[in-house]
Design a protein around this ligand. Sequence first.
Ligand code: FAD
Length: 379
Amino acid sequence: MHLLIIGGGLAGLAAAHTIHRSAAKDDTLTITVVEPKAYIEVPWATLRAFFDCRVSETCTMPMSNFLAKHPKVTHIRAKVTSLTKSEVTLDNGQKLSFDVCLLATGARKSLDILNAYVSASTSDSEEQALESRRDALAATGKNMFAASSILIIGGGAIGTELAADIAGFSAMQNGPKPSVTLVHSGNHLVPELRAKGATKVLNMVKDMGVKVHLQEKAIEKDGKWFLESSDQPIEADLVIKTTGVYPINDFMKVGLSHSLDDRGWVKVDDHFRVPGTEGRIFAVGDCCDALQKTGVNAMGSKTAVAKNIIKTLRALRQNMSPDFLTGLATKAEGPPVFLITVGPKKGLAQTPFGALTWPLPQLKNRTMFIFRAKMELGL
Ligand SMILES: Cc1cc2nc3c(=O)[nH]c(=O)nc-3n(C[C@H](O)[C@H](O)[C@H](O)COP(=O)(O)OP(=O)(O)OC[C@H]3O[C@@H](n4cnc5c(N)ncnc54)[C@H](O)[C@@H]3O)c2cc1C
């Protein structure tokens, strides 16, 4: 039996780890992960890695570390360019058939450095790939510090954390500091936070010297930037857009277009199965519309996804149609905790008990919870 996983990010590898462990004695199972990058990266630590090389070195790790602990898994460094109900085609022309497939291709962010899959070279060595990724992360931070004024468009979690990190880390350095302006169209920063927590974050960000404009849009006229409502000019030597996430599921448009929703996200039923694929294709993480797009959900779904895939493989082995399987595990949102850093020392955790500024934010600042991702991947 062949399980093909498309995307070796947190969702794909957490599922691979759990399936590998549950099917340890099954000699007939092979698992292939198709992933262009030669390394694993913990995305929620990436912004911090722009400014702190210790984070850059720990939030990126060689894929071979994962493979050494998961001998049933083969890694193919490539991108999938098309998918049908039984086969994928890769960007190197290779075709691979599968019994069951798991889609875990994530989503594109408006800040390009976060989309490492786009420019990932599949021919350099693992060491070269890691080194050039770490160099690119450091260069991004240097480029930001070299600007005299930075405009960040989008005050979601990414824009807000980035604005505070630029202000906080540049304050710790000698030399000129960039001025930072954050423009957000919503009525409070970080939509995932409740209003009270968002106000605390706003005050922390302002205390760090960031100029914040809420319920505003930044517009460009002749290469200069202005606030839309008042035409007030915005200093902007460097403009960074952090406005959203977008689907990257075009490889399904020919063979499985009916399995994409109107916006291009992969549709799934309650058991992570993609409709119209006879129960053989599953999807998890940011690529689909199953749950909120968080790392907690991407990794936390691993047990349910693994259980359902193992049941499906068993059914196929017995020549049963997996379409009619019962007793499958059901998708569920992770714990209702949302945690954001505000610069290198502060932050806010929204929990069922209220918005806390201690101790979870300090723990995140100290560790970036990289250990949590490693644990979920069996590393
Ligand atoms: C800056 C930032 C901060 C965040 N902060 C938090 C946080 O505090 N808490 C939280 O819970 N979540 C956070 N998240 C979200 C979290 O990181 C994601 O929800 C999670 O990484 C999604 O995992 P995934 O595996 O679905 O996608 P990804 O981790 O993006 O992995 C997808 C993988 O698929 C590969 N791929 C893409 N296309 C193809 C293709 N055609 N063929 C083969 N492979 C392909 C990519 O190379 C990539 O490795 C943050 C994200 C970012 C970017």
